[in-house]
Design a binder for this molecule. Structure first.
Ligand code: BG6
Length: 462
């Protein structure tokens, strides 16, 4: 590989998720998801915002794909709304739902854009939540398998990249520990047990995919927040070890090694919160890990951790997160740390030796639409520095399949509504026209893709 380019075939992409862009929440036979109901509960979302209409991608996908074509995207990552295919989670497939994704995929292929399909990005059918508590029950495995098989049968071989689950660590943590996402619970044990069920679903789907000989590559995307110790004091170094054992390696090992890290098991057992793991689980998880083709990560930031406060509860009993004096923060207090991406990618490479797909990376910011467009030089700077970090990771041996910016168009943010913008394309939510306008970052990313990264590596900036 030349010093100034990315590998041939590198997937320069951009991403979205069904609930955050599609809107049309009751259209053409779609059933209710847990998010359709959650947003109706007063006080659950920012200023009562919801994704009922969102960017109306369901009706405007042709225009959006045209914009993707203009940007030169090599890949577009999106998710399938389970409730469009199975309004009640299982049973007869809804042909209109299938048709929407079939058309979207066809259009992407016609425009030489690789579809990267996420099966699950948090919008569980409400019917399954009502029937057996959704992710709390192992019954989710069979229903998910049936849903996944329908997608594989319908969209293979057009789709070559599959992401089974998006950020299982976040939706279980926010849903079962922090009570910020549906179903709004707060229980460490429930969080870890539901997380365990996500790992079982991932493994079962990967195994079914491989057993049936579907073509392509399959993995899941985990939110990865690498961390540093606040100092060289052994107590801070120990805190870092505890952070990884109960956090990143806890989440990743079970997907990519089929086991939980020993230290994490010890700590969670002491906290009487360790999940129930059967012999059968162990076998399935080991098989699933061995068959998974890549590690998907969503990277936004790093953390800094320090020794715990001995009287604290929860994870705070093992470590505390503290501000990092060496980095700047976004308006939402997320650490901007491109080198953290390089560092994290190298850690993953050393630990798992698997190819990595960066399925999300981006900057949430307040954008301003001016008469002549959105001048988001701060986003360009953010993306440029992270892409450079990717390149450094590649030169350090990481096998990187692709990089997806979050997001392509502006969209609904689960906890921040429509104020926090991520897109390369502005969407006019203010007037409700939903008109699309290309931001400066759109034109800049187009050049990055056209030069296979070279212009980004050689260009100005830090
Ligand atoms: C990831 C999710 O957690 O981060 C996305 O996969 C989400 O769905 C993105 O939108 C950014 O998070 P937020 O809270 O800033 O919208």
């Amino acid at each position: 590989m030349s010093k100034t380019a990315f590998p041939p075939g590198f997937l320069w992409g951009s991403a979205s998720a069904a609930y955050q862009v599609e809107g049309a929440y009751q259209a053409d036979g779609k059933g209710p998801s847990i998010w359709d109901l959650w947003v109706q509960i007063p006080g659950k979302t920012y200023n009562g915002t919801n994704g009922n209409i969102a960017a109306d991608h369901y009706h405007r996908y042709r225009e959006d794909v045209q914009l993707m074509k203009e940007a030169g995207l090599k890949a577009y990552r999106f998710s399938v709304a389970w409730t469009r295919l199975f309004p009640r989670g299982r049973g007869e497939v809804n042909p209109a739902g299938l048709e929407f994704y079939t058309n979207l995929i066809r259009l992407l292929k016609e425009n030489d854009i690789e579809p990267v399909v996420t099966l699950y990005h948090w919008d569980l059918p409400q019917a399954l939540q009502d029937e057996y508590g959704g992710w709390e029950s192992r019954r989710i495995i069979d229903d998910f398998l049936a849903f996944a098989r329908t997608c594989f049968d319908a969209f293979s071989p057009q789709v070559q990249y599959w992401i089974v689950l998006n950020e299982p660590n976040i939706f279980t943590q926010l849903g079962y520990l922090e009570a910020l996402h549906p179903p709004g619970k707060s229980d460490l044990r429930a969080f870890l047990q539901t997380y365990h069920h996500t790992a079982l679903v991932h493994a079962a789907v990967v195994k079914m995919f491989k057993d049936n000989g579907y073509p392509g590559r399959i993995g899941s995307s985990i939110a990865f927040t690498p961390a540093y110790a606040a100092s060289e004091d052994p107590r801070d170094l120990r805190a870092l070890e505890l952070y990884y054992a109960t956090g990143p390696w806890w989440f990743m090992d079970i997907y990519h090694r089929g086991t939980y890290p020993n230290l994490g098991q010890l700590l969670y057992s002491q906290a009487q919160a360790a999940p129930e793991v059967t012999e059968e689980d162990r076998e399935l998880l080991t098989q699933g890990a061995g068959l998974t083709d890549f590690i998907g990560i969503n990277y936004y930031q790093t953390a800094m951790v320090a020794r715990a406060d001995s009287s604290a509860q929860g994870q705070q009993r093992w470590y505390r997160t503290v501000p990092n004096p060496n980095v700047r923060y976004t308006d939402w207090n997320w650490a901007i740390d491109p080198d953290g991406l390089r560092y994290g990618l190298v850690q993953l490479h050393q630990r798992y030796q698997l190819p990595v797909l960066i399925s999300e990376n981006g900057l949430g910011a307040y954008d301003k639409l001016e008469a002549d467009g959105v001048h988001d030089d701060y986003r360009i700077d953010f993306l440029r520095r992270h892409i450079r970090a990717c390149h450094q990771a590649i030169t350090q041996g990481v096998q990187l399949l692709g990089y997806c910016t979050w997001s392509f168009t502006d969209l609904f943010s689960w906890l921040n509504g429509y104020d926090k913008r991520y897109g390369l394309v502005h969407v006019d939510f203010e007037s409700g026209s939903l008109q699309r306008s290309k931001k400066d970052s759109f034109y800049w990313y187009r050049q990055v893709i056209a030069s296979n990264g070279a212009n980004c590596l050689n260009g100005g900036g830090e």
